[in-house]
Design a binder for this molecule. Structure first.
Ligand SMILES: *Cc1c(COP(=O)(O)O)cnc(C)c1O
Length: 356
């Protein structure tokens, strides 16, 4: 008997969510973002379900190698470009596209050699202040790249800091437009939130990530309402039952004390599986498809749930930590984090299986 915890991946949901992205941005090509092992869903499994994507975006050469070896021929973008000049030969060999965000990376290209021209996504810092050329450094970065022998197609790129929030994209978009208005090059700006909410950002390539996995990028809008379906269900089972008297403590630290005589279920899932330890008492959870709440501290390998109103639940009853019937966003909110972190945090020891 193996532990009952599993991450069930739903390929049909991925296919559906890609379609939602296409419908949201009908004139743009879709660069499906599959970094972080496909947001925890498994790189190749996700790429296969999303094979109709026009391109894929990853972080490392290693991920790109895996995609090419699996037969994917689409453009593959390295979202932070190369980290040292030694990576340029494999970039050239695999025909990867690379972000260029720093003068150091431009220097690598000036000194580098490639038998084929490399496609560049030139990153502008329009206000997020993370990666990219500041507005005053952008014109000379572009000119230098255009004069660089091994540089082929250049696409102008930026990334939004608040596309998912009330602040929106207008400040950054205005800056981007002012800098690029007279330049006839392709553009790529939109993450999931901008893809769904701001058609004016779509340009030539949109870069959806989280929406493809069926989570809403917006705190104020549910995934269902956007037509998105969860691509991962994290499921397990009840492995133990405790009947406690009023006032008895539950779990490490005794942080929760039974409000009355209670029936408690112990679930085979803990923080070593990627379930957030910061999810306190009251975090929603499904037992036999019905909603209940967690109790006390999440342990490394287990957590406790309230079965007081579920006399029919017992050892072996199915549990959904998140996924179909319970959005990962809701669990994330209860843990003071975002869906992205929970999906990416799925631990290696949680087997991934393909579901419907
Ligand atoms: C991760 C990432 C995305 C995808 O963002 P989502 O919010 O998941 O849609 C898009 N662009 C860049 C540069 C990224 O790093």
């Amino acid at each position: 008997m193996t532990r009952p915890i599993q991450a069930i991946i739903h390929p049909a949901a991925l296919v559906n969510n890609l379609l939602v992205a296409r419908q949201a941005a009908p004139s743009a090509k879709i660069m499906s973002v599959v970094k972080a092992n496909g947001y925890g869903h498994g790189l190749l499994r996700v790429a296969k379900a999303l094979e109709d994507s026009d391109g894929f975006a990853v972080l490392s050469v290693g991920e790109a190698v895996r995609l090419r070896e699996a037969g994917f021929t689409q453009p593959i973008l390295l979202l932070e470009g190369v980290f040292h000049s030694g990576e340029l030969s494999i970039v050239s060999e695999l025909g990867l596209s690379i972000v260029v965000h720093s003068v150091e990376q431009i220097e690598m290209l000036k000194r580098g050699w490639s038998p084929v021209k490399l496609n560049i996504f030139l990153k502008l810092n329009t206000g997020m202040n993370r990666l990219g050329f500041a507005p005053d450094a952008f014109p000379s970065a572009l000119a230098t790249l255009q004069a660089c022998a091994i540089v082929g197609q250049i696409t102008l790129m930026t990334h939004f800091a608040t596309a998912d929030e009330a602040a929106g994209v207008s400040d950054q978009l205005t800056r981007f437009k002012a800098l690029t208005q007279d330049i006839a090059l392709p553009r790529s700006l939109a993450n999931s939130a901008a893809c769904l909410r701001y058609p004016e950002t779509h340009g030539d390539w949109v870069r959806p990530g989280i929406m493809l996995y069926g989570a809403s990028p917006f705190a104020t809008q549910h995934a269902d309402d956007l037509g998105l379906q969860p691509a991962m269900s994290l499921v397990s089972e009840i492995i133990g039952i405790q009947n406690v008297k009023a006032g008895e403590p539950v779990g490490y630290g005794g942080t929760y004390r039974a409000e009355r005589a209670m029936r408690i279920g112990i679930v085979a899932c803990g923080y070593a599986d990627g379930y957030p330890r910061h999810a306190g008492t009251g975090t929603p959870i499904l037992v036999m498809g019905r909603r209940t709440r967690t109790l006390g501290c999440v342990s490394m390998d287990m957590l406790a749930v309230d079965l007081s109103e579920m006399p029919d639940a017992g050892v072996g009853s199915p549990v959904t930590l998140w996924g179909e019937g319970l959005s990962v966003e809701e669990v994330a909110r209860a843990a003071g984090t975002i869906s992205y972190e929970l999906l990416c945090a799925r631990a290696e020891r949680v087997p991934v299986v393909e579901g419907a």
